[in-house]
Structure formats: C-alpha cells, structure tokens
Design a protein around this ligand. Structure first.
Ligand code: GAP
Length: 444
C-alpha cells in the first residue's frame, strides 16, 4: 500500500472507530446527514469536555493573570462592522463552469500544486473555472419574526470579539492590571465553502481563545511566552508527538485582516499537514475599533491607553481529532489483533473499568459492583459484566480506558483484585482498600 493510501486508510479507521464506539456520529444521520455536521456521542463528549476542562484549569483557574467569560453567540451586528468581519472575513471562491462545484481558491491552488494541473477536483474538467469572487463566511440569521434587513444578525465567527467588547466591564469588575488575559470557550460558526475531512473543517465548531492584553513594548516577549505555552499544551496535555507539530510563520498578505504577526501550529493529519491552532499579534486593532476613548487606565501613572493583544487560539474539534490520531494504535496479543487508543489518562473518557470475572456468580457481581460504586464517587468508571474477559479488556482499550479491574474468585477470599494496565497489558494484584489511592497516583 502506498503511503498516501495508508494515510487515507488511517483517517477512515479513525472515523470508523469514532462512530462504532460513540465518539463522533454523523449529524442528523437518519435524515441523510447535514453538510458535514457531526454529533459527539457518549465517549466523544467526555473526551471533548476533558480537553476543555483541562484547558480551563490550566489557562484560567491556575493563573492569576486570567479571567474567563461566557458571552452570547449572537452579538449586535455593529460588533462585526467594527471588527472588520463584515468587510473582510471572506474567502475567494471559484465555481467550475461544468459541474458547478465551488472551491476556495487557496485549496484549488494547493490541489494544483499536488497534481501539477488545474483540473476541477470534482469532474476533472480542465481550466473551467469562473473568476474568483469574495464570499463572506459569516452565518446569517434573523432575530424576531420578520426576515428583514433590520433584524439581520450573525452567529459569531470567532469567540474573540466578546473579550474585546466586554473589556471595560471585565476591567471594572475585576480591577486587573496589564498584563492580563480574558478567556472564553464556545461555539463559533463559519459558512465554510468546503467543509470536510471529518471534524477538521466544519461550519459549526468550538474554540478556546485567550486575548492577552499587554503594553505595546512587551508584545514580542509575550508572543514568545504564549508560543511556549501552546507547545507545552500540545505535547504535555494533549499528548501529541512534537515531531507531528510544525510552526508556520504566516507571510504578509496571507494573515487575517487584524493580525500583525501570526504563527500557525500545523499538525500532520493523515490527509496532510494543516492548521491545528494559531497565535496572533492583533496589536490594538480591535480595542481601537470598539472604543472611541482609550479603555485602560494605568493605576500608578494614571495614563490611559489601548492595550495591545496577543491571541493564542485553539480549535476544540481539531484538538479532539489530533488527540485521536496521535493516540491510535494497532498491535496484537498472540494471534489477536488489538486496536487501542493511547490517550493521556486525563483525556480518556473512562479512567477505569470494573468487571466481575463471571456474570452468573452473584457473589462476584456483588463485590465488583461495590468496587464500581466506590470508585464512581471520584472517577468516570465503566461497568462491563458480560463476556470473555480478554474481549472486555480489548473493548476498553479501544476507547482508551487506562485501567481495568477484574474481581475474581481470589477477590472473595483476600479482598484483592487484578489491575490491568492498558499500555503494557500487564496485571498486578491490588488490595481493594488501596485501589483508590493507587489510581489517584497512576492517573495523575
Ligand atoms: N480568533 C482568531 C481565530 O478565530 P482562526 O485561525 O480563524 O483564528 C482559530 O481560528 C482556530 O479555530 C483554528 O486554529 C482552528 O483550530 C479552529 N477553526 C477555525 N475554523 C474552523 C472550522 N471551520 N472547523 C473547525 N475548526 C476551525
């Protein structure tokens, strides 16, 4: 199999595992789906929440220079006028004159570079494209019963703007001094011309964003500091191999309209290298556009100013995708093939699973159930009483559960259980009374 086929195969395997085990389902599937929309299932929502909670703990709760907000999805359209999104947030679009498929010009050029020819990726027609037109990515709706211009509003295309719009209120209520940041996680919407590659590019997605306000003279220092933080998040928290991550300095002319410097963190997805996260220096562009008078007053000097902004931004769905790709493993135990997820324990949907060795032995089930109930007070625990134990282990490995506990006949005698490690497949005997403390240590 060629490398490109193997890579496509990997993407198909991950999408299939995600569906089969309840991580991600096609949205509205019983009605034929809807334009690349996806639903997170029982495993997916845990993984996604673990990522968001880890992020919030790390970047908001554990820092004394950060506060969070949770703003409305739909904001006054004047926000998007001031931010430049109504004017500038667009992609150049071309249409194939033969099959009428539409493409982003940058994607088409990439396609051309790979294949060395300018054919329609959909119908193979040669040089059949219309001239490019600008297509605004803002997703429009109406507030109130009448669908008229006066009621036209937009779903936010980035969570960032609320941090600028609410800047003064945050300042007034929390008495922050530069440097400090405002963080938010939440949905954003873009009418993408070509959504695709599973959950990589969708029209509805989630972001985790920080607007970090600094004095202009300090912007380079803070840009570097946030670059380090982002690397550490990707490798230490998300568990990505650093060899799979690449920095791309986005050149002049290709940056977003508000950015004076941008680094894209790119990841080696099975379909190719592409953006995972971004880090931008937005200068004072946004605060200047929203506030006529300088919104910040220095407590010591009394001087007012428009602080400058470093913006680290993370896509939640791309975090889920990269974590799944990096964690995906295939190996075998004897003649049995094992597909498993080497997820960092903090991200795994279940931390531990509990099994009675046999489902038809009430004493085993009762003791296992009491172990399960005890652990459930502190951990997400799976319960699986039926079937071959080896298969039950493999089923947990496939969703990334780091540990499995089996209650067997010896447990009834000496109140010990087996604790099996996902990564090594090794088992040890542990006293039930010591299980919780041991798991806290192992899962840290
Ligand atoms: N506030 C800055 C901003 O929104 P961006 O690079 O356009 O910057 C930030 O988006 C992050 O949001 C991206 O790095 C990516 O992780 C995620 N993202 C953007 N568009 C997306 C889409 N259509 N589907 C999924 N994730 C997306």
């Amino acid at each position: 199999m060629k490398k490109s086929e193997q890579q496509n195969d990997l993407m198909a395997k991950i999408a299939s595992l995600a569906k089969r085990r309840g991580f991600v389902f096609p949205g509205s599937e019983i009605y034929g789906g809807l334009a690349n929309s996806w639903d997170y299932g029982p495993m997916g929502v845990e993984l996604k929440n673990n990522i968001k909670q880890l992020w919030w703990k790390r970047f908001v709760q554990r820092r004394d220079d950060m506060v969070g907000i949770d703003a409305a999805l739909i904001m006054n359209p004047k926000v998007w006028e001031a931010s430049g999104h109504l004017q500038n947030f667009s992609d150049p679009l071309v249409e194939c004159k033969k099959c009428h498929a539409r493409f982003r010009v940058d994607h088409l050029l990439l396609h051309q570079r790979k294949r060395g020819e300018l054919k329609c990726p959909n119908c193979d027609a040669e040089k059949s494209f219309t001239d490019p037109t600008q297509f605004n990515l803002m997703l429009k709706t109406f507030l109130g019963p009448a669908e008229e211009k006066a009621n036209e509003v937009f779903f936010r295309p980035e969570t960032a703007q609320a941090m600028f719009v609410d800047f003064k209120q945050v300042l007034d209520t929390t008495r922050r001094h530069l440097p400090f940041g405002i963080a938010q996680t939440g949905k954003a919407f873009r009418n993408e011309i070509t959504p695709g590659n599973f959950i990589f590019r969708t029209r509805e997605f989630e972001q985790m964003e920080i607007e970090y306000f600094v004095e202009e003279k300090d912007w380079k220092k803070w840009f570097e500091a946030w670059k380090k933080e982002m690397w550490s998040w990707m490798t230490d928290d998300l568990g990505l191999a650093d060899s799979h991550i690449h920095e791309l300095e986005v050149p002049d002319g290709e940056r977003a309209h508000y950015s004076k410097r941008t680094i894209d963190f790119e990841y080696d997805y099975p379909f190719g290298r592409d953006e995972l996260y971004g880090l931008a220096y937005r200068g004072d562009f946004d605060l200047k556009n929203h506030f006529k008078e300088a919104p910040y007053r220095d407590a010591e000097t009394g001087q007012t100013s428009w602080p400058h902004v470093i913006e680290p931004t993370w896509g939640v769905d791309r975090s889920v995708l990269a974590a799944l790709i990096d964690a995906y493993r295939e190996d075998s135990e004897g003649d049995k093939k094992r597909v498993w997820l080497k997820l960092p324990p903090k991200l795994a949907p279940y931390k531990v699973a509990v099994f009675p060795l046999l489902a038809n032995k009430p004493q085993l089930v009762e003791l296992a159930r009491s172990v399960y109930d005890g652990l459930r007070k502190n951990f997400m625990v799976a319960w699986d009483p039926r079937g071959n134990v080896g298969k039950r282990y493999f089923a947990q490995d496939e969703i990334g559960t780091p540990f499995c506990i089996t209650v067997d006949f010896q447990s009834l005698e000496d109140k010990t259980v087996t604790l099996r490690d996902r990564d090594t497949m090794k088992q040890e005997r542990v006293k039930i009374a010591e299980l919780e403390a041991l798991l806290v240590k192992k899962l840290a």
